[in-house]
Design a protein around this ligand. Structure first.
Ligand code: PLP
Length: 419
């Protein structure tokens, strides 16, 4: 069910009129639905009920503290890719022992702090990282829990920038090398092997790449067992797609069902790391039309949100639904490119959209809850947007709009010679 729906021609988030949100907090603003986040998380928890499991929400999709707090309260674990994300998880009330640490470039200080915090598992992406973790664990007189992130060489048929499980990608360890590296890990005294991990990409809309990857990884687990290397968990990463336009990803229940079917009879805890499928459709971006203009026969709606607020259209050619929040405006319909104020031709939220709008109108960019704010920047010295969480009829400002002072924090003029 969608928690964003029209009532008397005006778009609401749960019980709250989004025109009211735009008036109260200004634009651009991200608005999240608490109920949608919980529902999306529960879809996983329910599909996995009765199986040993851990749902580790991928923090990078949307790392707002309130979002993490809602999911932690619902019982989620977390998938992090930096120590900054671990700080956020802990600040939001999440537990380190339900947190897994992914990423190809973990720094020594990050490994050290994650080990001290007592995270559940390091998802190791190279032999060099494995050896570094062993050294750091030795200094701490402990054994670091690890899985190896395996690259199963499966094409997820997603956008090339979000495909991660092909042989030539920078992620993980080639499945052909995996047994040798596991044997090496087993011989390291300060390493404790607890799992196998893989994550093949994002916005996957069919089951077959997931199932192919799973089958390859299960065969690896059997080959490891034959060498007396026994793993307790299988982490299948994230990657389940969502509907932005007309994509038809399998529902969570069907996706999890297909995995569990192939895990029957095995004594393995299943870890999943969903990001997008929990957060994307739990958030929208509100933006105001500043100007309407026409150039060379093309109509532009120039809005106050830009690629610095939402980079997915520019970066991945992503299509996001854009609709007026108030449909009662009775403006003539036109075909618009919806563009931001940033000085880049790639600065668009959507092109060639039929919209009945005028300057001053508030537009809603749907599907903006994942990889929206978390990928935002200050490009063009634009303060980052406000973030608001709706809960029933209540509104919470969960991140204040950045101020102009925030933009220059930490910067200094030269004070020494030649100033
Ligand atoms: C980004 C990422 C995820 C989440 O992917 P989604 O497509 O958002 O579900 C999970 N695990 C790892 C290792 C990631 O890098």
């Amino acid at each position: 069910m969608s928690y964003f729906s029209y009532r008397q021609g005006r778009l609401h988030a749960e019980q709250v009129d989004l025109i009211q949100v735009a008036e109260e907090f200004g634009t651009p603003a991200y608005v999240y639905s608490r109920a949608a986040l919980i529902d999306n998380y529960q879809a996983y928890a329910q599909a996995l009920a009765g199986t040993d499991h851990l749902v580790c929400y991928a923090v990078k999709a949307n790392s707002n503290l309130a979002v993490l707090g809602v999911l932690a309260t619902a019982g989620a674990g977390f998938d992090i890719v930096s120590i900054g994300e671990l700080k956020r998880v802990l600040a939001a009330g999440g537990s380190a022992d339900k947190t897994v640490f992914s990423g190809v470039g973990k720094q020594a200080y990050e490994i050290e702090q994650a080990l001290e915090a007592g995270i559940h598992c390091f998802n190791v992406e190279s032999e060099a990282e494995l050896r570094l973790i062993n050294q750091i664990a030795e200094r701490h007189a402990t054994r670091a829990p690890i899985s190896l992130r395996i690259n199963p060489d499966v094409d997820p048929k997603s956008h090339p920038y979000i495909s991660t499980g092909l042989k030539e990608n920078k992620f993980g360890i080639d499945i052909g090398e995996a047994e040798r590296v596991y044997a090496e890990a087993a011989a390291l005294p300060f390493i404790e092997i607890i799992g196998v991990d893989c994550h093949i990409g994002s916005q996957l809309t069919s089951l077959s790449p997931f199932v192919d990857a799973l089958e390859r990884v299960l065969k690896l687990i059997d080959r490891l067992a034959a060498r007396d290397i026994v793993v307790r968990h299988l982490d299948l990463g994230g990657g389940l797609g969502v509907t932005y336009r007309d994509e038809t990803p399998p529902p969570v229940k069907q996706y999890v069902g297909a995995l569990l079917e192939r895990l029957a009879g095995r004594d393995l805890t299943l870890i999943l790391e969903p990001g997008r499928s929990i957060a994307a459709n739990a958030g929208v971006l509100l933006t105001r039309v500043a100007y309407i203009k026409e150039n060379g026969g093309r109509k532009f709606a120039i809005v106050d949100a830009a690629m610095n607020d939402m980079i997915r259209p520019a970066l991945y050619d992503a299509w996001l639904d854009i609709q007026p929040v108030d449909t009662g405006g009775r403006h003539p319909e036109g075909v618009y490119d919806v563009v931001g104020p940033v000085c880049e031709t790639g600065d668009f939220l959507g092109t060639q959209r039929s919209l009945a709008i005028a300057a001053g109108d508030i537009l809603c960019v749907h599907g903006a809850g994942a990889y929206g704010f978390s990928m935002s920047s200050n490009y063009n010295s634009r303060p980052r947007a406000a973030e608001i969480m709706v809960d029933g009829e209540h509104l919470h400002l969960v991140r204040a709009r950045e101020s102009l002072e925030d933009l220059m924090r930490g910067e200094q003029l030269l004070t020494e010679p030649g100033t």
